[in-house]
Design a protein around this ligand. Structure first.
Ligand code: GZL
Length: 364
């Protein structure tokens, strides 16, 4: 069922690119104008293309191989080790790994990969294993923000530079790792709040399906959402917060409890699409109709954006997983001895009833 309410398309705040020679986006993951939206209508495949521009976070410091203590090498002669954190059941992880593989192949770089199946102890041993197999450089998508010391020491001993993507590790940039490339998760939370305020009229009780504990994504998406609600909609009350561990099963279980304890809940903010889709399943199981509860999620997976088209989900803020070009461009420049930024932002788009159908092709 197509919802008829219309909401302004929420766009990422334009990030002023500090680098004058920034390479133009080949195709943006943020539809900045009707033209872009029109483009995505013409060729959905192009609409999902990967971000090429290196957009430093305002105030980001830089790093060079000399200050870091690595060695200048030709990336083409190097072996890159990629450590993925979560099992590839979540489309975010599938798209993230594919982006790294595609870029390595495009650049003719030898890539070793490992998947920790959502177990942190396995991710630590995976990275040790990649080092033992001769990785000259590491790209890590961390499961947790803490507990990385053994890996950092082992990589430093072998002078193997690390680029982290997606979630942050609590360590020293340009000493323990070279660069951190990620979305602005606090901004994602703010934008999700904007969509929730729009969908609910800024009044009523809402619940938060929290992500997993122990990483910055959960804390920052929650921070951004709560800040914005407090700032713009004091009559919208967060009355329930519980983790769904970023999984669909847990998201469904928690929502089943939620609608028992809070039958009048007006909105659910799910900190990722998988939990949001679990919430939809719970609502359907309870005999609810599309639109009875406003759901806003974060990621931008195809199933969730389809949920917007079908009226079950009010809005989706993208968390762009297509890190391949940015990660390898950073590695390439770093190993050539050039300055790279320690904090790099990947742009996120957004979906609501106004653009979900035409932009479904941008979802992953
Ligand atoms: C965000 C990433 C999150 C996704 C979830 O960068 O760390 O982890 O939003 C995934 O889908 O579980």
């Amino acid at each position: 069922m197509q919802r008829t309410t219309h909401r302004p398309l929420l766009l990422a705040r334009p990030v002023v690119v500090a680098l004058a020679a920034a390479v133009a986006l080949t195709a943006t993951s943020c539809a900045k104008s009707e033209d872009d939206a029109a483009d995505s209508k013409k060729s959905p495949a192009a609409a999902g293309a990967e971000q090429q521009v290196v957009t430093p976070k305002p105030g980001s410091e830089t790093c060079t191989v000399d200050t870091y203590g690595g060695k200048k090498i030709d990336l083409k002669d190097a072996t890159v080790g990629f450590s993925q954190s979560e099992k590839e059941a979540n489309p975010f992880r599938i798209a993230e790994t594919q982006s790294i593989k595609d870029e390595a192949e495009k650049r003719g770089v030898k890539l070793l990969t490992a998947n920790a199946q959502s177990q942190f102890s396995k991710q630590i041993s995976d990275v040790q294993d990649l080092l033992a197999k001769g990785a000259d450089l590491l790209v890590i998508a961390p499961l947790n923000s803490d507990g990385w010391d053994p890996v950092l020491q082992a990589a430093a001993a072998k002078k193997v530079p690390i680029v982290t993507i997606d979630r942050k590790i609590n360590a020293t940039p340009c000493k323990d790792y070279v660069s951190f490339i990620a979305s602005d998760f606090v901004e994602q939370g703010r934008r999700a709040a904007d969509q929730m305020i729009e969908a609910t009229g800024g009044k009523g009780e809402v619940a938060i399906l929290l992500g997993s504990a122990g990483n910055n994504v959960t804390t920052e998406r929650t921070k951004g959402f709560k800040e914005r609600v407090a700032e713009k909609a004091p009559d919208l009350k967060v009355v329930f917060e519980q983790t769904g561990d970023f999984t669909r099963e847990k998201g469904q279980q928690v929502t089943e409890q939620l609608i028992q304890s809070n039958p009048g809940i007006k909105g659910i903010y799910a900190e990722n699409d998988e939990m949001g889709l679990g919430a939809v399943a719970a609502l359907k199981g309870a005999g609810k109709k599309a639109g009875d509860v406003e759901i806003v999620t974060v990621d931008g997976t195809r199933n969730a954006v389809q949920g917007v088209v079908d009226g079950w989900i009010s809005g989706v803020i993208e968390s762009n997983p297509r890190f391949g070009p940015l990660a390898f461009q950073t590695l390439d420049e770093f190993t050539q001895g050039k300055e790279v930024h320690q904090d790099i932002i990947i742009q996120d788009s957004a979906y609501d009833a106004d653009n979900a159908e035409q932009d479904l092709g941008k979802a992953y």
